[in-house]
Design a binder for this molecule. Structure first.
Ligand SMILES: Nc1ncnc2c1ncn2[C@@H]1O[C@H](COP(=O)(O)OP(=O)(O)OP(=O)(O)O)[C@@H](O)[C@H]1O
Ligand SMILES: [Zn+2]
Length: 725
């Protein structure tokens, strides 16, 4: 029997701690245990066991916790995650071991009723109906009983008060009903059937499934990728294994869940930040027991304890939402590929606009490439045309150019829906005093405050700081001189309401009250055709299906192009391709109009030509020439502190000992584009290496040589950074 256990604790600690195993406690690796840590008790996971070591003066493990142990695969994933991201191993474990969340609201217990044996004190016709329905003595839900008896719920409540019915606690509803892979479904098109076949292969037995293979499923917008990967999910379920479908959080709409139900007969189990309390725990337990066969979830679902994982699908694999930008800086798409390798199961990356990384991997043969070149049902892709804003100027103080206004008019006249897209929240991105020139800036961050008329406030989009918009300039005291500069979606909504006062307009922006739930509802409204004009930020661009939408108007195609970010071209192309791809997905063909000041810019030109391959070729070539990912590697260090000098000095001290070997260069420290965030000054160092270099080892050695962060100073490590702000 082992006498010493190495316990990894889900806190920012880099190593497991040794504890003595008390006699009679039979532990195995992966077991979840309770251990003393300093003055308190905490939870940890058995990471290693040692038979020979002496447990002499070690503190003993308190006991085992009744919870499914962490599988070998999941422990390997945690080790991998920590090694790759350089996050403390305990922080990586915390991702896989979300402790029961006591702050989350508990599920309301389900209550059933049955006859108590005591006749009602007072009898009415309605009451007799209920008593007759309940006469068999079986337990029923309250509303089920009322429905069966054809009476209102208050009659049932009355009988409970009366004592003729008694209440009993019911078993909680199952977290998910089993999906039926052979549920009757719509037939696939030939192209879809071919693609589905390519995903699944002919493998006659589960052992022949290509182990750990990664497949890029690339299909233009509206090509029907979802139905194709559903076939892979179905095959996985048929083989008795579990499937995970990852989606950007907001894409988890009722519409998607209904589509799943259309294919599998039931809605899938879902995992996202809105799933709380007991339900979360039960879902984890069901997944660990292998009872839940399909989970559709946001990125954190990747760390669920699947017992028998047979497939991972990453939908919209190019989405930046898959990158976690705080705590453990990991990319869920990349970790999905790692988990697939560890579990020996295939991983399907689906997108209409794949990341450059995945495209390159598909071209080099590392990933298998399965393509759907046309839209489902032979529908045409939208026609995309530019509006040159230098020629077709909007009226003064307006943002829609005359051709855009006319196109919206024509669309509405035809009874169709129009979407106006602007990737800017709020009313105006800058507020300026015309009397003294003062610009309103955040007191904690180096950002302009964004006016939100809806909230009647000036708001910082970095830290959330908000102040009331003043009546007079706070600097010079002048009245009526504060001017909003530039548009956000709220300002567009104002303009559109003035132009089309009779139309039903929906504005979709992530900052509106009501959160993700309300947004999901609004998206349903749009999909159902119960609105005429949609005005939205990037969240309307993502994976939604709006069958009534035939016009997409991009109000400022140039926004993302000047950011200086190495991925600016890729991001802009993806976003514009996605948003224009919302048009014409239903019966009627769609078109897109793109307002731009630089129609000849390569990204805009590629978009207009409809030639995505041309864009990919040029961008891949440019990345290769510059040694940028995936042809070289990047990692960022972000040094931050409450005092500017401290952060800068620490960054310089790190740079002095960087000592980069051949094939590695270190840039910086440079003041970050967002130099001040939440009261912390930020400096960035960028490591650029050739492709074959082990950037993690280099970073580890470098940081070990460098000064240790003290006090409020922090050094965040971001391997494969997506954001350069
Ligand atoms: N076999 C089929 N039979 C009937 N309708 C289908 C079939 N396959 C797809 N569709 C319909 O075609 C439309 C587009 O499908 P889907 O949303 O899967 O496309 P997609 O490739 O995921 O697009 P995007 O990348 O733009 O989100 C949907 O309305 C879907 O219901
Ligand atoms: Zn701020």
């Amino acid at each position: 029997m082992p006498v010493v256990a190495d316990i990894l604790i889900p806190l920012a600690l880099d190593t497991a701690y040794s504890y003595a195993v008390p006699a009679g406690l039979d532990l195995a690796e992966g077991d979840i245990v309770q251990v003393p840590l300093g003055p308190r008790e905490t939870i940890g996971v058995v990471w290693g066991l040692d038979e020979r070591a002496s447990g002499g003066n070690l503190r003993p493990v308190t006991g085992r916790v009744e919870a499914p142990p962490l599988s070998d695969a999941l422990r390997k994933l945690v080790d991998w995650l920590a090694r790759y991201t350089l996050a403390p191993k305990g922080s990586a474990l915390a991702m896989a071991l979300r402790l029961p969340d006591e702050t989350a609201r508990n599920e309301a217990p389900r209550i059933g009723v049955r006859t108590s044996g005591k006749p009602p004190a007072r009898q009415t016709a309605a009451r007799s109906k209920v008593m007759a329905a309940a006469a068999d003595g079986a337990v029923r839900g309250k509303s089920a009983l009322a429905k069966e008896a054809g009476v209102s719920l208050s009659v049932v409540d009355g009988l409970i008060d009366d004592g003729a019915l008694e209440t009993v606690a019911l078993m909680p509803e199952p977290v998910a009903l089993p999906p039926d892979p052979d549920h009757p479904r719509v037939p696939l098109s030939d192209a879809q059937a071919d693609a589905a076949h390519a995903l699944i292969g002919n493998a006659p037995s589960p052992t022949e499934v290509a182990a750990g293979e990664t497949i890029l499923l690339e299909g233009v917008t509206g090509s029907g990728k979802t139905e194709v990967y559903f076939e892979a999910v179905a095959e996985c379920v048929r083989r008795g294994r579990q499937a995970l479908v990852l989606m950007p959080e907001i894409a988890l709409t009722a519409q998607f869940l209904d589509r799943f139900a259309g294919r599998f007969g039931v809605r899938p189990a879902t995992w996202h930040s809105g799933v709380g309390g007991k339900r979360r725990e039960r879902l984890r337990a069901g997944v660990a027991a292998g009872e839940v066969s399909v989970v559709v979830g946001a990125r954190s679902a990747l760390f669920l304890p699947f017992r028998n994982l047979g497939l991972i699908v990453v939908d919209e694999e190019h989405e930046t939402a898959y990158k976690q930008e705080d705590g453990v800086h990991y990319h869920a798409r990349d970790m999905a590929v790692v988990r697939g390798k560890i579990e020996g199961c295939p991983v399907v990356l689906a997108s209409a606009t794949p990341s450059i990384e995945s495209r390159v991997n598909a071209q080099s043969g590392r990933y298998r490439h399965v393509a759907l070149p046309g839209r489902f049902g032979g529908r045409p892709l939208p026609d995309i045309a530019a509006i040159d804003m230098r020629l077709d100027k909007p009226e003064r103080g307006r943002f829609l150019s005359p051709p855009m206004v006319n196109a919206v008019k024509a669309t509405l006249a035809a009874g169709d829906q129009a979407l106006l897209f602007l990737n800017r929240r709020g009313y105006a991105p800058l507020t300026l005093c015309r009397a003294c020139g003062h610009r309103y800036q955040c007191r904690n961050c180096s950002t302009w405050l964004v006016e939100h008329r809806f909230r009647r406030a000036l708001v910082c989009h970095q830290c959330g700081y908000a102040e009331r918009k003043p009546e007079a300039c706070t600097e010079c005291g002048a009245f009526d001189h504060l001017t909003p500069c530039g548009p956000g979606v709220e300002r567009i909504a104002e303009e559109v309401t003035a132009l089309f006062p009779e139309q039903r307009i929906v504005v979709l922006s992530s900052d509106f009250p009501g959160g993700a739930e309300r947004l999901r509802q609004e998206l349903e409204t749009v999909a159902a055709g119960d609105c005429d004009i949609v005005i939205g930020t990037q969240l309307v661009a993502k994976g939604h299906n709006f069958p009534h939408l035939t016009l997409v108007g991009v109000l400022d195609a140039d926004i993302g192009l000047t950011s200086g970010d190495p991925r600016a071209a890729e991001r802009t192309f993806q976003l514009l391709q996605q948003v224009t791809g919302r048009a014409g997905r239903g019966e009627r063909p769609g078109r897109a109009l793109v307002q731009t000041y630089q129609p000849e810019h390569p990204v805009i030109a590629a978009l207009l030509s409809g030639d995505a391959d041309r864009f990919y070729e040029e961008e891949i070539w440019a990345r290769e020439a510059a040694g940028l990912p995936p042809f070289g590697r990047l990692a960022a260090l972000i040094v931050s502190a409450e005092e500017r000098e401290k952060a800068e000095a620490h960054g310089q001290a790190l740079a002095r000992v960087a000592d980069p070997p051949a094939g590695v260069s270190v840039l910086g420290p440079a003041e970050a584009p967002l130099a001040l965030v939440r009261g912390r000054w930020r400096f960035r160092l960028l490591v650029k290496t050739e492709r074959g270099i082990d950037v993690q080892s280099y970073l580890r050695d470098w940081l070990a040589r460098g000064p240790k962060p003290r006090g409020n100073l922090k050094v965040a490590i971001d391997v494969d950074p997506q954001s350069f702000l």
